[in-house]
Design a protein around this ligand. Structure first.
Ligand SMILES: [Fe+2]
Length: 163
């Protein structure tokens, strides 16, 4: 006798194996995004020097955008049926971004943010082949948007370091 279908079984046309693997990749992206968010907010608070106003304001625009994106990434993980990581311990384990020690000088902050933006873009890009194979368009759309933001922000920050 066939078992009764349960209302809690996920049936969206993506296999359980792929859902779990995509959620794992998205968890790494969430951890990078959270680490980048926190680094940017930290630098908004602690930046000093002649570029104060420019950087303080620029960092605020960046962390505000990143904060909103955290929710989209976490809720995509939930829609795929997996738990979203939500503690510092889990984020520290999953992230590819090193925590900053002390308070760097203003231009060192910019350099660190370029690296963290690039790292986040690479984590998003790495997941793309699997997402395409599984025809997971909502995740592909989210990854495309995040790559666009991180690559564009990296360019803007990098421009501050150039002559
Ligand atoms: Fe502020």
């Amino acid at each position: 006798m066939a078992t009764k279908p349960s209302n809690t079984v996920i049936d969206i046309g993506i296999s359980e194996k792929d859902r779990k693997a995509i959620a794992k990749g998205l968890s790494a992206l969430l951890a990078d995004s959270y680490s980048l968010y926190l680094m940017t907010h930290n630098f908004h608070w602690n930046v000093k020097g002649p570029m104060f106003n420019t950087l303080h304001t620029m960092f605020m625009a960046q962390y505000t955008e990143q904060w909103a994106a955290l929710d989209l990434i976490a809720e995509r993980i939930r829609a795929l049926g997996e738990p979203a990581p939500g503690t510092y311990k889990e984020f520290a384990k999953l992230t590819s971004i090193d925590e900053v020690q002390g308070t760097p000088k203003a231009m060192e902050m910019v350099r660190l943010l370029v690296k963290a933006q690039e790292a986040t873009a690479k984590t998003a890009r790495k997941l793309f082949p699997l997402v395409e194979k599984a025809s997971d368009q909502p995740t592909a759309d989210l990854l495309t948007q995040r790559q666009d933001v991180h690559e564009k922000t990296a360019w803007m920050l990098r421009s501050l370091l150039e002559e």
